[in-house]
Design a binder for this molecule. Structure first.
Ligand SMILES: Cc1cc2nc3c(=O)[nH]c(=O)nc-3n(C[C@H](O)[C@H](O)[C@H](O)COP(=O)(O)O)c2cc1C
Length: 173
């Protein structure tokens, strides 16, 4: 190890298949931001508003195959993949490393959420076609790969979680 990393996060390189265009957010309920589809611009650390989404709540719920608890999140990260960004460099191993990259990104989001007391949940069950349509992706050169909803955690849910851990401990599970 004689060179510092260029990134704060694990990454397969500057042409990572998921960034810079691949960070899509659906904002549902965030103070100061109108609901709709956004892009995260990592180089500028800015959000770019893309468009509104008709029947946002129903559409998001459907896009997550009816997982309504996840669709209620304040904001949902939909990461997309652009395969050629990995293929030119990693050849037949491109898809393997791209999936590892996506996993690392989700883990980083988990760490960030945990650090500021928000809840999040990795989601792999989603409707490809609807997600692509919602984010205006062509579904071939770029397609939805991973969804992570993020939201505030109600105190009653925190209490329920604590009692679950207590139950696990008491039962020696
Ligand atoms: C890549 C990936 C995809 C997942 N997809 C789903 C999903 O679509 N729906 C779901 O309920 N859980 C899914 N999970 C599991 C949840 O993210 C979560 O880890 C799981 O519900 C256990 O959480 P808990 O033990 O805190 O309840 C997925 C996990 C991973 C890592």
């Amino acid at each position: 190890m004689n060179k510092p990393s260029n990134y704060e996060n694990v990454s397969i390189g500057e042409f990572t298949p998921v960034a810079p265009g691949g960070h899509h957010l659906i904002i549902r309920k965030v103070d100061g931001l109108k609901p709709g589809a956004y892009h995260y611009l990592p180089m500028d650390h800015q959000l770019e508003f893309l468009h509104e989404i008709e029947n946002l709540d129903e559409t998001v719920n459907e896009s997550l195959c009816g997982q309504s608890w996840a669709a209620k999140a304040n904001v949902l990260f939909y990461w997309s993949m652009v395969p050629y960004r990995a293929e030119w460099r990693y050849g037949i191993y491109a898809h393997r490393v791209a999936l590892m990259d996506a996993g690392h990104m989700a883990e980083n989001l988990y760490l960030a959420c945990t650090g500021i007391g928000l809840g999040c949940c990795a989601i792999g069950a989603f409707q490809d076609e609807l997600c692509n349509k919602m984010l205006t992706l062509d579904g071939e050169e770029e397609f939805a790969l991973y969804v992570v909803p993020v939201g505030t955690v109600r105190s009653c849910d925190k209490a329920e979680e604590q009692s679950f851990y207590k139950f696990v401990e008491e039962e020696g599970l």
